[in-house]
Write a protein that binds this ligand. Structure first.
Ligand SMILES: [Zn+2]
Length: 115
């Protein structure tokens, strides 16, 4: 139940990382969704299966990218609320090692492992 010992500087650092990541993801989502839109026009019978598969892939990718964007938005919200770096499940501190790799992480390593 300890206090979160994250300094303003650290939050600022993670915020900067997440802002860059958000911009990158938004660009990527736009590109993948453009590909999905193009796929709709294809009417070749033989290519249809491949097109459908490729479209499915693209949609899955943009779905994953959007999910990450949502997680990043969540991290920004927690920064505003002053709960960034806190596990949303157990309230424990999320270790810096986790945040270094996944700054938008909302679960501590223990809860993530528990699934
Ligand atoms: Zn936890």
């Amino acid at each position: 139940m300890g206090e979160i010992k994250m300094t303003k500087e650290e939050i600022k650092k993670y915020k900067g990382v997440l802002e860059q990541e958000k911009a990158r993801l938004e660009k990527e989502v736009a590109e993948h969704e453009k590909l999905v839109d193009f796929g709709v026009d294809i009417d070749g019978a033989d290519e249809e299966a491949d097109e459908a598969e490729e479209m499915g892939n693209q949609m899955a990718i943009s779905h994953d990218l959007r999910k990450r964007l949502t997680e990043i938005e969540g991290a920004f919200d927690r920064m505003k609320n002053g709960t960034y770096g806190k596990c949303v499940r157990c309230g424990g501190e999320i270790s810096k090692e986790v945040l270094e790799i996944v700054p938008e992480s909302e679960l501590c390593a223990k809860c993530k492992k528990a699934g």
